[in-house]
Design a protein around this ligand. Structure first.
Ligand code: RM4
Ligand code: MN
Ligand code: MN
Length: 396
């Protein structure tokens, strides 16, 4: 590979970080049940420990996304514990995710619930989440709502839109300077007739309504099957409204599969739009790259390492595209030349350069192999198996 090409890769790698989700290390399942893994994390401490391993071996995951209900059992009073875990395991608290979907009160919605007492409760949970984020010096509060309805006529869609507008604006007013409210959208599931924030247009509207520190969060699994996600990314970037990603892959719905396992070209095209935007505009995009996956069958830490290395590879490939030449081909409507620039970059094997970069940073050249050699998995499986065997294996 030419030096100029490997330089582009090395430059891209230097800036690439990705956040891992605490819930990705715990037992998760489908609506038909959970398959328990002996090594799954059973406590927040274990989630931090596993995240620490991923960061230790890859060097690019300095933060962990936390879910308030699952990781802060004492709410705001859990922040000191989290701080201690951060110091002990070498990973900082990252995005803070309020949980507005699990409690019984939220059966008919949170911000969209017809009962004002439930809406108030949801808002107060968001305020607590913002305070948690402030205490831990976390920038982003990621808002995902399960709100919606299952049958036509059962929910007042317009009224609920207004409730969302008001509650998000109030939430925004609680933010400290520099903090951000990220609004996630999802077209269906758990609700199957309507979802209150169903697509990026609705999320964009609500983020704008909430205030200048609110941005849109794109979860790659939250689209209809044929949606052109990179176009959404390009539009949000041009309006300075793209806050971050929840990366995962999918074949059918919100499958939460490993990034790039089904369609790596899709992820590559997303990264390309981001890098092309930067070179076109001269602006540096300030996007939180986060993983939102749940591995029911794969080993959780292995799946996370696989995701992180795939993300690095696809980001590096996208960095190979010569933007100057691409613009020229686009202007001349030289279609095949333009398209080939993407295809050639995608086809390039960037792994040797990534290995070189790892070696220069005293990281293992092959993080997966290093993990398998480390004995960590065997150790935690032994320590955790008794606790995991008592875990519920069914949702019913
Ligand atoms: C949702 C959504 C959220 C995540 C929950 C657990 O489908 O992707 O981001 O927090 O799952
Ligand atoms: Mn998500
Ligand atoms: Mn999801």
């Amino acid at each position: 590979m030419k030096t100029s090409k490997s330089d582009r890769i090395l430059q891209a790698l230097t800036r690439f970080h990705i956040e891992i989700p605490s819930w990705g290390f715990a037992n998760t399942g489908t609506r038909f049940g959970k398959f328990i893994q002996a090594a799954a994390a059973t406590t927040t401490e274990e989630k931090f420990s596993d995240a620490g391993q991923v960061h230790l071996l890859t060097g690019v995951c300095p933060t962990i996304a936390l879910h308030v209900l699952w990781d802060f059992p004492a709410g705001i009073n859990s922040t000191d514990d989290i701080q201690r875990l951060s110091e002990r395991f070498g990973v900082q608290a990252g995005s803070i995710n309020p949980n507005l979907f699990q409690d019984q009160e939220y059966k008919y919605g949170s911000f969209g619930n017809p009962d004002p007492a439930v809406r108030k409760r949801a808002l107060s949970h968001v305020k607590d989440s913002i305070e948690i984020a402030r205490r831990l010096r976390c920038r982003d509060i990621s808002m995902w709502f399960a709100d919606g309805s299952n049958y036509p006529g059962t929910a007042n869609i317009q009224q609920r839109k207004q409730w969302f507008e008001v509650s998000l604006r109030v939430s925004h007013s609680e933010l400290a300077p520099g903090q951000r409210l990220l609004v996630e959208y999802k077209p269906f599931e758990p609700a199957f007739y309507h979802t209150d924030i169903a697509d990026w247009g609705m999320a964009l509207h609500l983020a704008r309504f909430a205030g200048p520190q609110a941005k849109v969060l794109v979860d790659t699994g939250h689209h209809y099957a044929a949606q052109n996600i990179e176009q959404i990314v390009a539009w949000l970037l041009s309006d300075d409204m793209l806050g971050g990603f929840h990366f995962n892959d999918r074949r059918y719905a919100d499958d939460d599969l490993t990034l790039g396992s089904i369609d790596p070209y899709q992820v590559f095209r997303i990264f390309h739009e981001i890098l092309f935007f930067e070179s076109d505009s001269g602006k540096h995009s300030d996007i939180a790259y986060m993983i939102d996956q749940s591995h029911n069958l794969k080993g959780k830490i292995e799946a996370m390492i696989q995701t992180v290395t795939t993300a690095q590879e696809l980001f590096s490939k996208a960095a190979l595209i010569d933007h100057h030449e691409l613009r020229d081909a686009q202007e001349k409507c030289d279609l095949v030349r333009a398209e080939s620039l993407l295809q050639d970059a995608f086809a390039t094997d960037v792994r040797p350069v990534i290995q070189e970069w790892r070696a220069a940073k005293s990281l293992p050249k092959d993080p997966m192999d290093a993990f398998r050699q480390s004995g960590y998995l065997e150790r935690i499986a032994k320590q955790r198996s008794a606790r995991n065997s008592q875990s519920l294996s069914s949702y019913a």
